[in-house]
Ligand binder design. Structure first.
Ligand code: SF4
Length: 305
């Protein structure tokens, strides 16, 4: 049971049985439904799951996340099928940047290093120099030689936050994550009034004015580390709501509240246990990246992991 009063144990047992029979590893992002997180072999952020996909020796990878994550796994593990249980689970932010637009920006800034958030299509990765996640964006920007311009795609909020921390100026692509963009300063103020003892921890995909008034700005893996090590008992969390389940599991005895209940990524919630069962039974749908795109994207992705 995951606290939702629905008993998922039978279908979860069937998933574990099928995963064993098929030699599958099940990876789940921190924003997945609680019952999907519970049945996964590994739950993590984009960077952690990419590393797991690269290191895994499983016969197949079932990726409970969104399309670009499965593509990234397919780039790193081309010898095994990568299955996305719900093929329609996309990322609105990843769809905000396209190859033609990025190429035009590159042409306007010849010599610029293109740093792309992992939340991009394989085709955009293929015309990028380095990929990053929210967990390592600051380090990646710092690694770019000081005399080079930097183009950062697609998340302007993460790009601006990481640039400030890295002490670099970057050319920002005007993309954003709707799930984080919905969190407003007024939501933080209202949540603080309701929970005056709680610390505010937000994701760097949030608007700059929200990050500015937070006690901590952390990637999802950083949030877990921060809340474990910090001595407060209550936290107001500014990211997708699935993260609250992960935090409650990893930090027993502490209390977590959403800054606002609207921070839901409907694409992340498309993956259900039934779809995972179906994916294992049918060994599909498989996400593929063509060889030419993969070859071009691989270097940028390898620099990230
Ligand atoms: S939470 Fe935002 S960035 Fe993550 S998959 Fe959903 S839309 Fe994309």
């Amino acid at each position: 049971m995951d606290g939702s009063l629905v008993d998922h144990s039978l279908v979860q047992a069937e998933i574990r049985r099928l995963a064993g029979e098929k030699g599958a590893v099940i990876l789940a992002h921190n924003y997945q439904r609680p019952e999907v997180q519970d049945v996964a072999d590994i739950v993590g952020d984009s960077l952690g799951l990419s590393r797991q996909a690269a290191a895994s020796t499983a016969r197949m990878i079932v990726f409970c996340g969104v399309h670009f994550m499965a593509e990234t796994a397919a780039i790193l593990a081309p010898d095994r099928p990568v299955i996305l249980p719900e093929l329609r689970a996309g990322c609105p932010m990843a769809e905000m940047v396209d190859v033609e637009g990025l190429q035009a920006l590159k042409d306007a800034h010849p010599g610029a290093v293109v740093v792309s958030y992992v939340n991009t299509t394989a085709a955009v990765k293929a015309v990028s120099d380095i990929c990053c996640t929210s967990a390592n964006a600051v380090q990646v920007l710092r690694s770019v030689p000081a005399d080079r311009e930097i183009i950062f795609t697609p998340d302007q909020n993460l790009g601006a936050w990481a640039a400030k921390r890295a002490g670099r100026s970057v050319i920002l692509w005007p993309g954003f994550c709707p799930t984080h963009e919905w969190i407003r300063v007024s939501d933080v103020e209202a949540a603080r009034a309701a929970h005056p003892e709680a610390k505010v921890v937000v994701h760097p995909e949030c608007r700059a004015e929200v990050s500015d008034i937070a006690d901590a700005v952390e990637s999802t893996s950083g949030m877990i580390r921060f809340c474990r090590e910090d001595d407060a008992e209550e936290y107001l969390i500014g990211t997708e709501l699935g993260m609250l389940y992960r935090l409650s599991r990893d930090c027993p005895g502490k209390r977590f509240y959403p800054i606002t209940e609207v921070s839901v990524c409907y694409n992340m919630k498309m993956t259900t246990l039934e779809k995972v069962v179906n994916a294992l039974r049918t060994e599909g749908p498989v996400v593929t990246v063509d060889a030419e795109t993969r070859a071009k994207a691989l270097q940028a992705v390898q620099r990230m992991v």
